[in-house]
Design a protein around this ligand. Structure first.
Ligand code: 8X3
Length: 248
């Protein structure tokens, strides 16, 4: 039985999203697990006593159906759906990959937020947590399409906070660095396991999804007058984007 009200988590089929759904359920929220992969989110929803809504955040009609299914009021929205596709230098960039990254990391986030804003405002204590990235703070070689999109996530978060400054709603960004999840690097490198594993090679303890879920839950459960604008979280071994302690 939920004591804290509803929470929506997008990209809940794996990684940070799934861990966040579990963690928010443990905190007492009734969690709506949102993703494209029906079987995964249905199993997760059953496990945590929540609900599953199949939705591709880049599809405006599906997002509207999500808002209808959520109804309201809504206490927490975690915009986690996102990802990196490819790591080519600008000189060899694939336009479709860049479009897909902007579509999911920026347009998708905007569409879900726009659709669920009325329900969040209705709760009187709503909080939006956007999952950004340290890639939204720096540039790195081969990262142009992803870093541009994640800078977009950051800036949309800031814009929203300005636009909603007189409303009872908090707008936050949690920006992780190196997190070892089942899919992030594998998706980025199109299933190339060796390239995906190389990202974490020699790093004793990259962050795991539960570390980020912990940060998201902390941000979301601060008192309603406390807005954590942004929270950058990295493993101890990553002092900066390019400064990673590896023992090879
Ligand atoms: C993931 C962080 O370093 O792969 O959002 O860009 S990084």
């Amino acid at each position: 039985m939920s004591t804290r009200g509803q929470a929506v988590v997008t990209g809940a089929s794996s990684g940070i999203g799934a861990a966040t759904a579990r963690r928010l359920a443990a905190e007492g929220y009734e969690v709506v697990c949102v993703a494209r992969r029906q079987e995964r989110i249905e199993a997760l929803a059953e496990e945590i006593g929540g609900r599953a809504v199949v939705c591709d955040v880049t599809d405006a009609a599906a997002v509207q159906a999500l808002a209808d299914a959520v109804g309201g009021p809504l206490e927490v929205l975690v915009n986690n759906a996102g990802g990196a596709f490819g790591a080519s230098p600008v000189a060899a960039a694939d336009s479709d990959e860049w479009r897909r990254m902007y579509d999911v990391n920026v347009i998708g986030l905007m569409q879900v937020t726009r659709a669920l804003l009325p329900a969040l405002l209705r709760s009187g204590t709503g909080v939006i947590v956007n999952v950004g990235s340290t890639a939204g703070r720096v540039a790195y070689e081969g990262g142009g399409g992803y870093t541009a999109a994640k800078h977009g996530t950051k800036v949309v978060t800031e814009t929203l906070r300005l636009e909603l400054y007189d409303q009872p709603i908090r707008v936050c960004e949690v920006a992780p660095g190196m997190v070892r999840t089942d899919e992030f690097a594998l998706v980025r490198f199109d299933g190339d396991r060796a390239r995906a594993d190389a990202v974490y090679a020699g790093v004793a303890e990259p962050l795991v999804a539960e570390d980020v879920a912990d940060a998201i839950a902390w941000v979301a459960t601060r008192p309603p007058h406390v807005n954590i604008d942004e929270l950058v979280i990295r493993p101890r071994a990553q002092a900066a984007q390019h400064k990673v302690h590896r023992v090879l």
